[in-house]
Ligand binder design. Structure first.
Ligand code: ZN
Length: 376
């Protein structure tokens, strides 16, 4: 069982919901009008990147443009001209990735993530703490803020997993303290404050997942997320763990399956109780000429959205599509399929026109939204 809606800053959003990636405050190539037509009701923005560009000062300036209602008093929403649900991630993933890419570039300690990256001329040094993450997320103006967490690799030892779960709990506690401090300072109420979500870590260990969930529940958050890798070594959804973690969270809370996933995995995870999803796949795949397609008419009553065999990909760059007059999918109601052929899309990619990305991403996002709409 899962809840049907989420209320934040005076606005109600129906669940389940899929949030495409808008890293730098844009779903690349798409404006807010077409997002609405596709059925996109929310996005995920990136704390680390937005802090760099355009920077929180500019976003905070946009927050003052509209005094009321609370739904519009958001820097990122006014900046993007998008008034759906906006989630900011913690920024942790980006900092960790930077460290992993440059061997000697930093370390993770209880204090936060120490980084020391770049060359002589553009060296960046410092510590990214849980408190920093919360402060930046407030300045961005998202509806849902996520606590900085420490995650593990697929093959980490139990000792490493224990450390990561304990650090995640410590950071969540500090995040909540900072969150409450800012709420008090800004005199925000239950009706106009953002929500704060914590992320459950613990790698492959049920014992540490349980411990992490219980400790986070004791601290108390507005919602809970599934952290770390949700897939096994073969890249398939770990269904058992995904179900287990969903059951650790009481049903009155929103449950966010971070980074999930392929369309059929979204449908499966929803059966387990997850109701918020975000993933870079539909937009990234679209830009790389990979288009999602239902094999049969998804309007049929018995169509199973959780079966991977009901989907297929079209690699539009293949020569065979150069003269194909059909749309990507006859059953699709998206702007692209209603107006353009496979041949035209093939041509646009071949000549490298920006419209190619736009039309491909519109279609892929529509497929994802069809999946989520079928679950509601
Ligand atoms: Zn379409």
């Amino acid at each position: 069982m899962s809840i049907k809606e989420i209320k934040v800053k005076g606005k109600t959003y129906q669940l389940p919901i899929f949030l495409p990636d808008a890293t730098l405050g844009v779903v690349r190539g798409l404006d807010s009008e077409i997002l609405e037509k596709i059925g996109v009701r929310g996005v995920v923005v990136n704390t680390y990147h937005l802090n760099d560009n355009p920077g929180t000062k500019i976003l905070e300036r946009f927050a003052t443009l509209t005094k009321t209602p609370a739904t519009k008093k958001s820097g990122i929403k006014n900046f993007m001209n998008f008034f759906g649900l906006v989630v900011s991630d913690s920024g942790g993933w980006q900092v960790f990735s930077l460290i992993k890419r440059h061997d000697e570039a930093g370390e993770i300690s209880d204090e936060g993530v120490k980084f020391n990256i770049g060359g002589e001329k553009n060296r960046q040094q410092g510590v990214f703490t849980p408190e920093d993450s919360i402060r930046i997320q407030f300045a961005i103006g998202a509806d849902i803020l996520i606590c900085l967490d420490d995650f593990t690799g697929v093959n980490d030892t139990e000792e490493k997993i224990k450390e990561s779960a304990e650090r995640t709990i410590l950071w969540a506690r500090r995040s909540k303290m900072e969150f409450e401090k800012i709420i008090k300072k800004r005199k925000l109420t239950a009706n106009n404050r953002p929500l704060l979500f914590a992320v459950i870590q613990g790698g492959w260990s049920k014992k540490w997942r349980k411990y992490c969930a219980e400790e986070l529940l004791k601290i108390g958050f507005d919602g809970y997320g599934y952290g770390g890798y949700m897939v096994n070594e073969r890249g398939e959804l770990d269904q058992e763990m995904s179900k287990y973690i969903a059951e650790l969270i009481p049903d009155k809370f929103p449950k966010f399956a971070l980074g999930v996933g392929k369309p059929w995995d979204i449908a499966r995870c929803h059966q387990f109780g997850w109701d918020i999803f975000d993933c870079v796949l539909p937009t990234r795949d679209g830009r790389h000429q990979r288009l999602y397609r239902f094999k049969n008419n998804p309007n049929q009553k018995k169509f199973d959205f959780s079966d991977p065999n009901n989907y297929e990909f079209i690699y539009i760059a293949r020569q065979k599509f150069s003269s194909d007059v059909k749309p990507i999918d006859n059953h699709c109601d998206c702007f692209t399929c209603q107006n353009y052929s496979r041949a035209y899309l093939h041509h646009l990619f071949k000549i490298n026109d920006v419209l190619a990305h736009r039309l491909a991403v519109i279609h892929n996002l529509r497929v994802y939204n069809r999946v989520v709409e079928s679950l509601g």
